[in-house]
Design a binder for this molecule. Structure first.
Ligand code: HEC
Ligand code: HEC
Length: 283
């Protein structure tokens, strides 16, 4: 123990380290002690007015009868009531009527993003920008038509484009592919009807601009349903092996699943139709 004197007024506790460091019995400052006692008092107040002590199957309720879950549910009810203003009419209106109502269409455009993300984005992209093998939904090039009715139909029943395989000679495939890549299939006699032609025009139209009723693609524009690095080879492949031809593993696969029949509710389908229409390409 150090023989030096304690120079401070507070008494020594008797603990001394390293011969020099003494522990004194100084009281904390008064303001600090007041704060300490006030916080003890506050704990008691909190226990009285808020839920605090867990019991076997519940807990003390507190005088205010407040819980965070209750506050959350009240806030949610306020939001639901605001939503109901829009959701109620949506139950009865047709997709076309919703689209014609600026307020409702605006609401759907903002609220159906999640629905689209959950059900459609995996194939069509989160902005409807399309994916390898899956058509773009935010442009105005449509296989089956871009009217609100056609879009609703696509979602409700699904789509399944059919094009038969055309086992043609290499020379014939080249002639058709060249005319299509050039954007003018109608100029190629093989495109037309027999005896000279192979009957492509029956589905793709005599002008080659496609046919919505059959989902037959427009062959005069540079927008490709089946995109490939070598687009000319891709076109030849499609002609030779067709689309969705049963039993032909080389055939293009193009299946839009059906969302009607219980997978989504009618209201959800109408919302999605309006949402897709408003992605930019609706007609
Ligand atoms: C499993 C992938 C897949 C999912 C999921 C999917 N689609 Fe499709 N969708 C397709 C394919 C493939 C086509 C093209 C069908 C064809 O070529 O015949 C298509 C076509 C469409 C068309 C027609 C496009 C046109 O050009 O006429 C619309 C509209 C559409 N889908 C909307 C939706 C909506 C809305 C959803 C979500 C509810 C959805 N799709 C979910 C694969 C999918
Ligand atoms: C029975 C109807 C039918 C006939 C006949 C038909 N097609 Fe098609 N064709 C389609 C449909 C439907 C699609 C779109 C498939 C899809 O996306 O669902 C298509 C797609 C295509 C594509 C792909 C276009 C793209 O953007 O990638 C090419 C190329 C094509 N057809 C060329 C032809 C040629 C050439 C012929 C004649 C030798 C022909 N088709 C005959 C229905 C037909």
């Amino acid at each position: 123990m150090s023989d030096k004197q304690n120079p401070y007024s507070a008494p020594d506790t008797g603990h001394v380290w390293d011969d020099t460091l003494r522990e004194l019995t100084n009281q904390p400052p008064r303001w600090w002690m007041l704060g300490f006692y006030a916080s003890l008092a506050l704990v008691v107040v909190y226990v009285i007015i808020y839920p605090a002590i867990p019991l076997v199957s519940s807990h003390t309720k507190g005088l205010l009868d407040w819980t965070s879950i209750k506050e959350y549910k009240e806030d949610l009810a306020v939001i639901e009531e605001k939503r109901a203003e829009f959701e109620r009419p949506l139950q009865e209106m047709s997709a076309a009527a919703i689209l014609a109502d600026d307020n409702l269409a605006d609401y759907v455009q903002r609220s159906a993003k999640v629905l689209f993300g959950d059900n459609c984005a995996a194939c069509h992209g989160i902005e409807g920008q399309g994916n390898q093998g899956y058509p773009v939904l935010n442009d105005n090039d449509w296989l089956y038509g871009g009217t609100i009715q056609a879009i609703e139909q696509s979602i409700t029943t699904g789509r399944n484009g059919m094009m038969p395989a055309h086992p043609l000679s290499e020379a014939e495939l080249n002639r058709l592919a060249d005319a299509i890549i050039a954007g003018n299939p109608a100029s190629e006699p093989l495109f037309g009807f027999p005896p000279e032609g192979k009957g492509c025009a029956a589905c793709h139209g005599t002008d080659g601009k496609g046919m919505h009723a059959l989902g037959a693609a427009n062959l005069t524009d540079p927008i490709w349903r089946f995109v490939a690095a070598d687009q000319r080879e891709s076109v030849k492949h499609t002609i030779q092996h067709g689309v969705n031809v049963p039993g032909n593993s080389q055939s293009r696969n193009a299946v839009m699943p059906q969302f009607g029949g219980g997978k989504l509710s009618d209201t959800e389908i109408r919302k999605l139709a309006v949402y897709v229409h408003k992605l930019g390409g609706g007609q």
